[in-house]
Ligand binder design. Sequence first.
Ligand code: GLC
Length: 606
Amino acid sequence: MKNECKKINFLLLFLLMITYTGNAQKNTNERAQWFTDSRFGMFIHWGVYSGAEGTWKGEKLRYDNDYAEWIFYRNRIARNEYTGILDRFDWEEINPEEWVLLAKKAGMKYVTITAKHHDGFALWDSKASDYDVADFTNPKRDIIKELSDACKKHGLKLGLYYSHWVDWEHPNGWDHSKEIYGITDQQYDQYWQEKVIPQMRELLTNYGEIGLIWFDMWIHHSGSIVTKKQLLQLKGIIRQLQPDCLVNSRLGLSIEEDSDIDFKTLGDNQLGSRKEEFPWQSPATVAHSWGFHALEEQWKSTTTLLHSLINNVSLNGNFMLNIGPRANGDVPYEISHRLREMGDWLAVNGESIYGSQAFDLVKDQHDWGKITCKQDAGGKTKLYLHVYNWPLSKKLPVTGIKGKPVKAYLLADKQKSEIPLLTNQVFTILELPEQQPDPYVSVVVLEYDHYPDTEQGLAAQSVFGGYSLKPSNAINLDGDCLVENAQRFGSIPAHIEVSKKSTYQWRIYIDKPMSFFTDVSYNYQGKMGKGTVTVKSAGVLLSVPVQPTGRYVGEPNREWHIDSFNAHRIGKLTYSESGYYDIILEVDPAKNETIDFQWLWLGEVL
Ligand code: GLC
C-alpha cells in the first residue's frame, strides 16, 4: 500500500493560521451533545453464546478472529442445541444492575447492550418473536427492562445494539451462507417487516428513553441485501418514536451520505487516526472477542486502554469498551479490574476527558503524548497535556502554541502548585517535578485566559532534545514524495523512494541559540559517490556524497536479507539566535539510481 504524501503549501498554512474559530466540535447536532460530552461508554455483548464460552463440543471456535458470539454460525450448531446452552445460565445470579454499577465505577457515561445480536435471540420479552429470553426463562426475564431500570437509577444513558442486517434465526433473515444459496428481495423484506420493524417499535416504546440505537452492518448498504428504502424506514421509526435517540453509521448509511446519521462507528478495535468535526466512536475490546471467550489470553493493559481513550478524545472521538459477561453474569476479572483502574484514573483526571475536545495542533506533533482541550463560555481555555512518557530530563517541550499560559499545574494536584515554565513565542518548556503523579498517564494543565493561537506546520521539539524531521511533518515536499509504508514488520521502515532530485522542507522554532548535529537516514544500494544529500539552513549549506548502506539479516537461516537504512552525519548546524528556521533537504541521486530517504534528525549539541 502506498500513501500519497501531503503537500502543504504556504498559502494553505496561512489560511489555516487565520481561519480557526475556536475549538468546538463543529458538526455535532443538539441530540448528540451528551454523547460527545460523555466520551467513554460501556459495550455489553451478552446472549446465548456467552454460555458456550468460545468452545463447542470440545472444539474451539472456528475462524481466527475468535468472536465467540459467532459460535452458532462458525461451528455450524443446530438451532435446538443452541438454545440448550441456556441451561447453563444461572438466572438467580444474573443481575444487570451490576454491569451498570461497574460502568459507573469505570467512569463510563453510557451502556450499550446487545438487545439482539446476529443469532437473532432477543434479550427482552418480544411479541414479534418467540426467540427471546422471556420464552426461555421461568419466571420470565426481560434483560432490557432490568438494564434500563438500572441505568435510570444510576444516571447512565442506555444504548441498544440491534443486529438488523444479519439474523440467523429468521428463515428469511440474512446469514452469509445466503451468498451461496440466495434469497429474494421479497423474502428478505418479509423478515424486515415481521421482525425488524416490530421489534424496533417494541424497543422504542417499552423501555423509556433510549440514548442510542447501535446498528451493526459494517459494509455499505449497496453491497448488501438491505435496501436504502428499508434503512430509511427503520431510521424513520426511530425519529418518529424517539426523536432524541442517536443512530450510528453502521445502520449502513455513512454520515457523508446522510447527514441525519448522528455518529460514525469506526471498525472493530480501530482507533481514530485524524481529527473529525462530527461525532465518532471506536468500539473496542479488552482482549479480542466481544462475547465471553474462556480461552482468551491477550489482554490489553490499563495503560493501553487509557491511551486509546485519550487518543480518541484528542481527535474528537469516543471510546466504547466492551465487557463480555459470563452466563452467570460475572464480568471476567481481567476486564473488571482494568475497568476499575480506568475509573480510578478518571476520578482524578476525568476533567481532561469529559466534555473535552481536540486541540488545533496536528496529530502526533509531540512525541510525549496527546493534548485535549476545554474552553469556557468566556473563552478561558485549558489544555490538558497527557504525558505518556515522563521525560527523563523532566523537561516537557510544547511546540506550536502562541503566548504564555496563565498557569500550569498537575491535574492530580489539588493545590494546583505552579509548574515553572518558560514561554518564548510559540514554544513553552515546563519544568516537571521529579516524580510523575500517576503510574499510567499524568496530566499537566495549561490555563490560558483566551483560546490560544497556534502556529501550524512546525516540527515539534522532541522530548529527547532534538527535532525528528520526517515526510509526515514536512511543510513542503517537491519531487518524489510518495511515502512507501513500512513493510516486513517495520524492518523496512516508511520511506520515500527518491529517483530524481527532490527537496523537502521543514520549519522549526528554537527558543535560544543552539547547535545541532544533523543526521540523515537512508538506504542506498548503489556505488559510492553516485548522488548527494544536502542540507540548507540559516545560510549554511552542508553537502555529502551518498554512501552505500549495505544489507543485513532479519532472522537466521531464512534468506531474509534487508536493505539497511543507516543514519549518516552531514555536519553541524548552528543557530546563533532564537527564532523560526527553515531546513531544506535536497536528495539528489545520480541517473538511474534511487535513494530511499527516511528521516533527518537534528540532535542538540549540549
Ligand atoms: C462485528 C461483529 C460483531 C460485534 C461487532 C462489535 O460487527 O460481527 O460480532 O458485535 O462487530 O463492533
